[in-house]
Design a protein around this ligand. Structure first.
Ligand SMILES: [Zn+2]
Length: 136
């Protein structure tokens, strides 16, 4: 473990701050500095030194992480598209069937993205929990 680069005192100080705020220490370690990671009440996983980290443990995890970022990008693009519909609806002009169908398709796409993200998140959480149990 490359401990020399880490300020141990800072680490201990930050870690105790996190514990006081109700965070729990995980069996996982930071991929950068190998400090123990903490799970905040909000569910966010943080390193006491580096702050928010994304846990990437295997090739599968890497691909999940990139799928999630692509989905997030996609969501943004769809949100922009949907805001265009708001203007159209506000304008008061008649909206034809085709446009409504397109709107519904975009909403469907958003719903699917959310579902996929949920599945990805759940399976990574389960992987963390499994790993946690193995180490006990
Ligand atoms: Zn770190």
């Amino acid at each position: 473990m490359p401990d020399s680069s880490i300020d141990r005192e800072l680490l201990i100080k930050k870690a105790s701050e996190l514990l006081r705020s109700g965070a729990t220490m995980l069996a996982e370690t930071c991929p950068i500095c190998h400090s123990p990671l903490f799970k905040l009440k909000s569910g966010e996983i943080v390193c006491p030194i580096h702050g928010r980290v994304m846990l990437v443990k295997s090739e599968e995890e890497v691909s999940k992480a990139s799928v999630e970022s692509v989905l997030t990008e996609l969501e943004k693009v769809i949100a922009i598209k949907l805001s265009g519909y708001i203007n159209m609806l506000k304008s008061g002009r008649e909206v034809d069937y085709e446009e409504i169908r397109n709107l519904i398709s975009w909403l469907d796409a958003l719903e699917r993205i959310e579902k996929i993200k949920l599945v990805i998140r759940k399976s990574s959480e389960m992987a963390i929990q499994r790993k946690g149990k193995e180490q006990k």
